[in-house]
Design a protein around this ligand. Structure first.
Ligand code: 5GP
Ligand code: MG
Length: 184
């Protein structure tokens, strides 16, 4: 394993146990309905694949992608949708599936964009919540795990497009300088 991956944060069995629990909770909440699951690319694709296969309600799936722009180490908060949803959102029970809620700016923008298309309902399911790093108030409806600080990779999460394939989640050590342009 790469020597920047010293610490396992979540093992594959911890992940699958929690994903199964979350899918159970979501299935109960949406009993009798069909969900339009919208994954936020790229980071959420592995989580979403596991989550939807553990649901006991039907769903359709689509994807969205956003980028945040800013000079220097902190994002300016300017979020742009770089790949939009293709299915109609109006009248649908939308569940946005995201990898990590950090500042909250990306999900706020995606939420507002999709809400303006009049879904029947809209909720957010996040694999991981970094609550202490919020720049705006934002609450996900379903949260898998939490952490205070640190940068994680694996299970779909990358650093410079590396490590997404890893089945466990690792803390990247040393942590990267926080300079991000493209999310996910
Ligand atoms: P924000 O909530 O700040 O708008 O953006 C959240 C996005 O930042 C996540 O979707 C993810 O792409 C990226 N991000 C935040 N923290 C981490 C982390 O620890 N690891 C990785 N790989 N991406 C992160
Ligand atoms: Mg990323």
């Amino acid at each position: 394993m790469a020597d920047v991956l010293k610490t396992v944060f979540l093992t594959p069995s911890e992940i699958s146990g929690r994903v199964f629990e979350m899918a159970g909770e979501i299935s109960r909440d949406y009993t009798g309905r069909e969900i339009l699951v919208i994954g936020v690319l790229k980071g959420a694709f592995v989580f979403m694949a596991d989550l939807i296969r553990a649901l006991s309600v039907p769903c359709r799936t689509d994807f969205i992608r956003a980028a945040s722009y800013g000079a220097g180490a902190e994002s300016s908060g300017k979020i742009v949708i770089t790949k939009d949803v293709e299915l109609p959102v109006e009248g649908q029970d939308v569940l946005i599936v995201e990898d990590i809620v950090d500042s909250g700016l990306t999900l706020r923008h995606i939420m507002d964009t999709l809400k303006s298309r009049n879904p029947r309902s809209i909720k957010v399911c996040a694999f991981l919540d970094k609550r202490k790093r919020r720049k705006i108030s934002f609450e996900a409806d379903y949260v898998g795990f939490s952490m205070d600080d640190g940068f994680i990779v694996g299970y779909g999460l990358d650093f410079n497009e590396q490590y997404r394939f890893l089945p466990a989640v690792y803390v990247l050590d040393p942590a990267p300088a926080r300079e991000k342009e493209e999310n996910g």
